[in-house]
Design a protein around this ligand. Structure first.
Ligand SMILES: Nc1ncnc2c1ncn2[C@@H]1O[C@H](COP(=O)(O)OP(=O)(O)OP(=O)(O)O)[C@@H](O)[C@H]1O
Ligand SMILES: [Mg+2]
Length: 248
């Protein structure tokens, strides 16, 4: 479970998260939506410790991550997997090395890492032929799968995805969403997806919307198309008129 309390982070004078509150319950599959540039990635990066908040509190499994020392923090983050917005593969390493990186860096031999990598590569629907390829030789959808396979190596209890389907064709979008759902069910993991893709509502349990530094709505994904919150209504239909002003 993740509890975010009064989280504030400003760049220059602009507050990107502004006293933001959000709770992601255990085993939830939550999607956080919001316009491009609203601060979704900044929110997620604060949760995973890549950006330090100015104030506020983030609790992961009842541990206040702002109050932990390096070792304790490592223990908490061991439970968390993060799939980056642009896959963030290392260009100089091949797919096998990218997926196995944590174990390989910790001195586990290639022979011992290989069966685990094979299992993960299969679970994300790729064939073993990709293992020798370098990131530059992969399509966008393949990179996202490899990024997910790398995260799955650590069997996380909490798994977070930043824009897992941006830039993919509709069929690959569906396959990636199915993969996220399968991973959610198989690992029994708490899942947090940052997205502006309305297709993800078919798979998620809860939807939250980030607007103007705050979570302005949280509700069930199943009935989101009937939701009469004006921000949600406008966002999911992409209407020009409504409470959210166009940024041009
Ligand atoms: N390290 C940083 N330093 C300064 N400003 C930043 C930094 N990271 C993000 N920002 C600013 O914070 C705002 C929110 O950025 P963020 O990447 O979180 O948006 P987003 O909602 O994820 O957008 P998208 O949907 O396009 O991914 C933007 O105005 C961005 O320029
Ligand atoms: Mg982003």
């Amino acid at each position: 479970m993740i509890e975010i309390k009064n989280l504030t982070k400003a760049f220059d004078t602009k507050k990107i998260t502004d006293n933001l509150n959000l709770t992601i319950k255990e085993n939830d599959f939550m999607v956080v939506i919001g316009r491009s540039g609203v601060g979704k990635s900044v929110l997620l990066k604060q949760v995973i410790g890549l950006i330090k908040p100015d104030s506020g509190k983030i609790m992961i499994d009842k541990q206040n991550i702002g109050k932990l020392d390096k070792k304790e923090l490592e223990q908490v983050y061991k439970k968390c997997g993060y799939v980056f917005q642009f896959a963030a593969l290392l260009d100089s390493l091949n797919v096998f090395e990218n997926i196995g990186i944590t174990l390989l860096e910790n001195g586990v031999s290639s022979e011992n890492v290989r069966p685990l990598v094979m299992e993960k590569i299969r679970s994300v629907g790729l064939s073993k032929d990709v293992l020798k390829k370098y990131p530059a030789e992969l399509s966008g959808g393949m990179k996202k799968r490899v990024g997910l396979a790398r995260t799955l190596m650590l069997s996380p209890k909490i798994i977070m995805y930043d824009e897992p389907t941006t830039g993919l064709d509709p069929i690959t979008v569906k396959l990636i969403h199915e993969l996220i759902q399968k991973t959610h069910t198989n690992l029994n993991a708490t899942t947090l997806v940052i997205s502006h893709d309305v297709e993800v509502f078919k798979y998620a349990k809860t939807v939250s919307m980030l607007h103007d530094g705050k979570i302005i709505y949280t509700g069930p994904a199943k009935t989101i198309w009937e939701c009469d919150n004006p921000y949600i209504y406008q966002f999911i239909r992409g209407l020009g008129e409504g409470p959210i002003k166009a940024i041009i």
